[in-house]
Design a protein around this ligand. Structure first.
Ligand code: GRF
Length: 187
């Protein structure tokens, strides 16, 4: 199988990155992780890139052309697919045009519900019965692109924000790889 050259964007812990690195070792998994991009030099997830000898790029988002630097590196590594895994920046329109339908994101709610930040507190406040995670294509609208895959669970009365986060992330480790398989199944 010809694997898609993929870049993972992170900002923090990188547990989804860790999981995708592991899954991408499967012969049949459709992506090969060629590059990791982080907007945060302290991101713990960078350690997974280092440990696995995956090239990484740390960008300084204070500089006005940081997205161009990313784009140059995507070209250098021949990247054709991008996964946002906890990346806390908005991708510009100019960038999106170059990678249309080639960027996916994972979000910790059942989209279209609870777009944006602080999802768990809002989910609890709203007394939702169910929650979960969503993998979707990235477009100009925040958490608004076409949904690829969702996974859900029932919320218990005693679940607090921390527990919701743990339960949601457990599902993310299944949903992200499943979504990637779904995208490339017929390619
Ligand atoms: C995930 O929970 C994801 O839903 C959100 O950011 C978090 C990243 O976690 N977009 P990690 O850095 O992969 O551990």
């Amino acid at each position: 199988m010809v694997k898609k050259n993929t870049c993972i964007f992170i900002s923090g812990k990188g547990s989804n990155l860790k999981n995708l690195i592991k899954r991408s070792r499967d012969y049949n998994f459709p992506i090969k992780i060629k590059l990791v991009v982080s907007d945060n030099k302290e991101a713990l997830g960078l350690n997974y890139a280092k440990k696995n000898s995956i090239p990484f790029l740390i960008v300084n988002t204070k500089s006005s052309n940081y997205e161009n630097i990313i784009l140059q590196n995507l070209k250098k590594y021949n990247i054709s697919f991008i996964c946002l895994a906890g990346y806390m920046r908005i991708i510009s329109k100019n960038f999106l045009i170059k990678y249309r339908k080639k960027i996916i994101n994972i979000h910790p709610s059942l989209l279209p519900k609870f777009k944006g930040l602080n999802t768990f507190s809002r989910i609890l406040k709203n007394k939702e019965k169910k929650t979960g995670c969503t993998v979707h294509f990235v477009n100009e609208k925040l958490d608004g692109g076409a949904i690829i895959y969702r996974k859900s669970f029932f919320i218990n009365r005693e679940d607090d924000e921390q527990i919701l986060k743990i339960k949601t992330q457990r599902l993310e480790y299944l949903a992200f790889p499943e979504a990637i398989i779904k995208i490339f199944r017929n390619n």
